[in-house]
Design a protein around this ligand. Structure first.
Ligand SMILES: Cc1cc2nc3c(=O)[nH]c(=O)nc-3n(C[C@H](O)[C@H](O)[C@H](O)COP(=O)(O)O)c2cc1C
Length: 219
């Protein structure tokens, strides 16, 4: 899948199907994400892959009761081993260590999208409770929980701020109407992409509804 498509088609997935996500797929995703950049190439991350149902339910509980999480096939808990980074960069190491894990997490969800796997970043949790549940040592801080699985349905598009409101030129507050920076063709291409995304989502949703209906009939 081309990069733009992976970025544009990714949506936070909070509704997972019961289709099995293989360990091989999870490994593929993490194996690419580990090539993420990190300050001083210190790679201060560790993953805990959780597939046990009871544990996933406990994690959902620790994540402020976000019950939808337990339907995901796997939780990837990204842990931040910041010690070495802080030692190398006394002033900004703590921030770098967090940034490194955030960049890695972004690559996990993008690679997942590329593989047709749904994902969600979950940052709302009690760090200490998660450490206790998964035997995480004090010097490895859980930075992010990432849910993975095949989507039953995807959320609506969340609006994004238009590029023209996000850019200043040369210094803060300086705006310019540069025609070559916002070519008209790019905007129309985006609209075409948006239409095709909407189509893909509608098809995913209808497949999900059919699957749910079939499951009901079986019962
Ligand atoms: C650092 C961070 C923490 C987040 N924590 C949660 C969370 O606890 N629960 C949740 O449902 N979504 C969480 N999200 C997902 C955002 O709500 C979501 O990315 C945003 O609304 C944009 O929607 P989209 O991902 O579908 O484009 C988090 C995202 C980030 C980057």
């Amino acid at each position: 899948m081309e990069f733009d498509k992976a970025v544009l088609s990714r949506r936070t997935c909070r509704d997972y199907s019961s289709e099995t996500l293989s360990m091989g797929k999870i490994a593929d995703i993490l194996d690419i994400a580990r090539f993420s950049p990190s300050s001083g190439n210190l790679q201060n991350w560790q993953f805990i892959i959780v597939r046990d149902q009871e544990k996933k339910e406990k994690i959902a509980d620790i994540c402020k009761g976000q019950t939808w999480m337990s339907d995901a096939q796997a939780h990837i808990v990204v842990c931040n081993k910041s010690k070495e980074v802080e030692k190398n960069y006394p002033d900004r190491g703590k921030l770098y260590a967090t940034q490194n894990c955030a960049i890695l997490s972004a690559n996990i969800i993008l690679k997942a999208a590329d593989q047709g796997v749904g994902s969600a970043l979950v940052g709302a949790f009690d760090e200490y409770e998660l450490q206790k549940l998964l035997d995480i040592p004090e010097d490895a801080i859980p930075e992010m929980v990432i849910t993975l699985g095949y989507p039953e349905s995807l959320d609506e598009d969340q609006p994004r701020i238009d590029l023209k409101y996000l850019c200043y030129f040369e210094s803060w507050g300086k705006k310019e109407d540069k025609k070559d920076f916002w070519p008209v063709t790019k905007h129309s291409k985006k609209l075409v992409k948006k239409a095709s995304q909407a189509k893909t989502r509608a098809s995913t949703k209808s497949k999900g509804l059919i699957r749910k209906a079939k499951n009901k009939l079986k019962k």
